[in-house]
Design a binder for this molecule. Sequence first.
Ligand code: ZN
Length: 131
Amino acid sequence: MAVRRKKSQEKRIAQERIETLFEMAEKEAMKKNWTRANRYVDLARTIGMRYNVTPGSDLRRRFCRGCGTFLLPSATARIRVGGGKVVCTCLKCGRVTRYPHVRERRERRRGRERGSTGVRKTPEEAGVEDL
Ligand SMILES: [Zn+2]
């Protein structure tokens, strides 16, 4: 009888493949092979959809949610930091993504671990977290 892989195992493998694909995409992007870089992003997203795996928050920021382009600062993306927020503009389709600055996120997470319940998020921030 065929041994079927457990769902959790499949997900873990899918996650690993997604990470590998993003690494490959980055290498191609560095070499300006945009077609290939975007193809890898595309594959990673397809795998994610099939196994219901979402790329980690770091990876989610590496591609444009609008057109799927691999975002490489200065080449395909413009990154601006201001007011504790990072503003990322896709230079291909112009989609703007905003997210809290990393340091700020860490501080907030630490606060949550301490058990503070008074933390309230603005709808904008909540939306960013859900990216
Ligand atoms: Zn775009």
